[in-house]
Design a protein around this ligand. Structure first.
Ligand code: UDP
Length: 404
């Protein structure tokens, strides 16, 4: 993967800015630390951005914590408590957390000009800081944390040079500078790369979905907060006026009892309607999801609670207008009436779906806007540019003027 590959895809200004900043940072050391090498959005992002940053001549490393189940149980609890849904951390849990952090920071060389610590798991690495800029990248929603747990962590976070959050409402009051940086998608990954019409058609055929009528699509885990039942209700309201199909695609959830329950409810509610297609998508089906998104007429993301909502960016990039819930990061991506519509109810979603189905020209124009919005704001190159500019700005924070 090379920066050059993004020419003609990412905004030219972003690429120029990256090249310029990289020139000044060339030969310097950068380190990213997280707690998993694969699975989850953080690892996925690091897999793509680390090689690109290296390609710019920056000596970047990515280190992963080594830990066993008890640590991950504690950090899962930590994670839930920070998201406001878990029990407070006990002394014993904190000891496990601290012990594993110690073992890991003794093992990992943290000497770098810029160190990025991802999420709470390796946050105590800051205790080992000797030099460089240290950034804490928070990927989770800590807007309403369980207080005691947050105060424990806050003492540590305050030692960083800056914190980075995905959405302003996810941030917390801290005495250090805070940056906002949204997640991004990689236009060259299997999930987002251009596909031929032929391939798209074949995927639809394989899933047994005729492309004979407009297709409404929601790709999501079967989770109550993604409101798949509400999506079916909206589809039924639309169906009175427009013949269309509804595709609900999501991962199988054998290890998630809640997922199975929601899936069952969805199947019951669909009630064998031949125009509702419920697809169980195995993991690593990126190309299939890509094709489903490309073949859809309108994409829905009727979440009632959301982190950033990467699926929205994925669909907008494929020139699909998206009708989505007004929660989490969705309003950053859906510009009302320009790239899609924000909705607050079943009826609202149905109304907007009808509006777009009745006006394909408008839908097409919105799709074009959608792609441009993602190009300018939510591609991986913009993420890299953000990292480099934060690094540069903090290195020169005593100067009155910083030339980026
Ligand atoms: N996704 C997937 N398979 C599925 C459902 C979702 O690969 O069955 C992908 C989807 O394309 C997106 C990510 O998982 O890249 C979901 O991220 P998002 O932020 O939309 O929601 P989350 O699941 O993290 O709440």
């Amino acid at each position: 993967m090379k920066l050059e590959d993004y020419k003609g895809i990412s905004a030219p200004g972003d690429l120029r800015a990256i090249e310029k900043m990289a020139e000044r940072l060339r030969g310097k050391k950068m380190l990213h630390v997280n707690s998993t090498a694969a699975g989850g959005g953080v690892a996925e992002l690091l897999q793509r951005i680390v090689p690109l940053i290296r390609d710019m001549g920056i000596d970047v490393r990515w280190e992963v914590m080594q830990a066993e189940k008890p640590f991950f149980e504690v950090t899962k609890n930590f994670h839930n408590a920070l998201q406001g849904k878990g029990k407070p951390l006990t002394r014993e849990m904190w000891d496990t957390y601290e012990g594993v952090n110690r073992e890991n920071y003794a093992r990992i060389d943290t000497d770098a000009d810029c160190v990025v610590i991802h999420d709470p798991q390796p946050a105590l690495f800051i205790e080992k800081k000797k030099r460089g800029i240290w950034l804490w990248r928070c990927h989770i929603d800590i807007s309403t944390p369980e207080k005691a747990t947050w105060y424990l962590l806050k003492n540590t976070i305050e030692k960083f040079d800056a914190g980075i959050f995905s959405v302003s409402s996810f941030a917390q009051s801290l005495p250090i500078p805070q940056f906002l940086m949204q997640p991004s998608i990689d236009p060259l990954s299997e999930k987002n790369i251009e596909l031929s019409e032929d391939e798209v058609n074949r995927v639809y055929e394989r899933f047994g979905i005729p492309m004979d009528k407009p297709i409404l699509l929601q790709v999501s885990r079967f989770d109550p907060f993604k409101d798949p039942l509400g999506v079916i209700d909206s589809y039924r309201l639309v169906k009175k006026y427009h013949d269309c199909r509804l595709v609900l695609a999501g991962g199988t959830a054998t290890d998630d009892p809640e997922g199975e329950r929601v899936l069952k409810e969805v199947q019951e509610k669909a009630n064998n309607d031949p125009d509702i297609h419920i697809l169980l998508i195995p993991p690593f089906s990126d190309r299939e999801i890509n094709a489903l998104q490309r073949g859809a007429t309108i994409v829905l993301q009727k979440s009632t609670r959301e982190g950033f909502g990467l699926v929205v960016a994925e669909a907008l990039w494929k020139k699909k207008p998206v009708i989505g819930g007004d929660v989490g990061g969705i309003p950053l991506q859906i510009i009302e009436g320009v790239t899609g519509f924000l909705i607050h109810s079943v009826e609202g979603a149905a109304y907007r779906i009808r509006q777009l189905l009745e006006n394909p020209e408008k839908a097409k124009k919105m799709g074009e806007n959608a792609k441009e919005h993602i190009r300018r704001n939510f591609l991986i190159t913009r993420n890299i540019e953000n990292y480099l500019s934060m690094w540069t700005a903090l290195e020169h924070k005593d100067q009155k003027v910083i030339y980026l």
